[in-house]
Design a protein around this ligand. Structure first.
Ligand SMILES: [Fe+2]
Ligand SMILES: [Fe+2]
Length: 285
């Protein structure tokens, strides 16, 4: 059994409940939830024209979308990992899977709280996730594709959060910062687990399957970035932006946003590219 999984299971033994730990009273209405440079209209006239109040509301839409992406991904992960019950007989793998379920459920409760506080309950925040959800429901946790989707989803959203955390400490709302930091800290271990499980499955693949695997992932990645890193027209309308349809189109066509989205996916795709190129005997775990 993987010593990495054993180690990760030991590190995750103690649970921290975000609902109990986070200082919910630290919310500051006057500050944005994300810095302007990570918002999807950065560099475009629609964002440049916003006053501070509008910019703060827009940052909440973008933060809430990140939370909605987390809710969706973590819900898929929980449902797929536990679909047949916890059947693995490998104790380290069982511990890691159950820790995932416990922690991702806690994160999801934290995300629901932030969406509610943003005043965006009931507003569609994500783009078209139908195909990705359909695919995810058909992948088995024994497959490389399943863990590749988990790894990409977690890595992209975590890289986004890290970019936001580069802002000066007093630039964004302390509550939003604490939520991002809490999730980033937990997620480091969960991402490491997904990488380990992914590597073990890639190691067992034939060369032909690896080629198909890469092509499929590239296709799914584009869909994932489009669904999670761009604002929906409904969310822009809910925040009161003038011409929400025009602003959503402007974000979708923005070269600056495309470069930002590709950068968020870079480290995950580099890891997968490197791993699929290795001969099976060199893929560890
Ligand atoms: Fe999470
Ligand atoms: Fe996660």
């Amino acid at each position: 059994m993987s010593t990495t999984l054993q180690h990760l299971a030991e590190l995750g033994a103690e649970y921290r409940d975000p609902i109990a730990i986070i200082d919910w009273s630290s919310a500051d209405e006057a500050r944005p939830w994300l810095p302007p440079e990570v918002l999807s209209l950065a560099g475009l006239p629609a964002q440049a024209a916003m006053d501070q109040g509008m910019l703060n509301r827009f940052s909440r839409v973008e933060f809430a979308r990140l939370c909605a992406a987390g809710l969706w991904l973590e819900g898929l992960l929980i449902s797929r990992v536990m679909k047949d019950g916890c059947l693995t007989t490998l104790p380290a793998e069982a511990r890691v899977m159950l820790q995932e379920v416990r922690e991702e459920a806690g994160h999801s409760l934290m995300f629901v709280e932030m969406i509610d506080r943003a005043g965006l309950g009931g507003v569609p925040l994500l783009g078209d996730i139908r195909l990705l959800s359909w695919v995810a429901h058909r992948l088995h946790p024994k497959s490389a594709e399943f863990w590749a989707m988990v790894y990409i989803g977690e890595s992209v959203t975590d890289t986004f959060a890290l970019k936001a955390l580069r802002a000066d400490a007093d630039e964004i709302c302390p509550l939003a910062r604490e939520v991002l930091q809490f999730h980033h800290k937990d997620e480091a271990r969960l991402i490491a687990a997904a990488r380990t499980l992914l590597k073990s499955r890639i190691g067992a693949m034939s060369a032909a399957r690896r080629w198909m695997f890469r092509a499929t992932l590239k296709f799914l990645l584009r869909r994932f970035l489009a669904a999670t890193l761009y604002p929906t027209e409904a969310s822009l309308r809910a925040m009161g932006i003038p011409d929400p349809a025009g602003a959503a189109r402007a974000a979708a066509r923005s070269p600056e946003r495309r470069a930002f989205a590709e950068d968020c996916a870079l480290s995950a795709m580099r890891f997968i590219e490197r791993t699929v190129m290795l001969p099976p005997e060199l893929v560890e775990e």
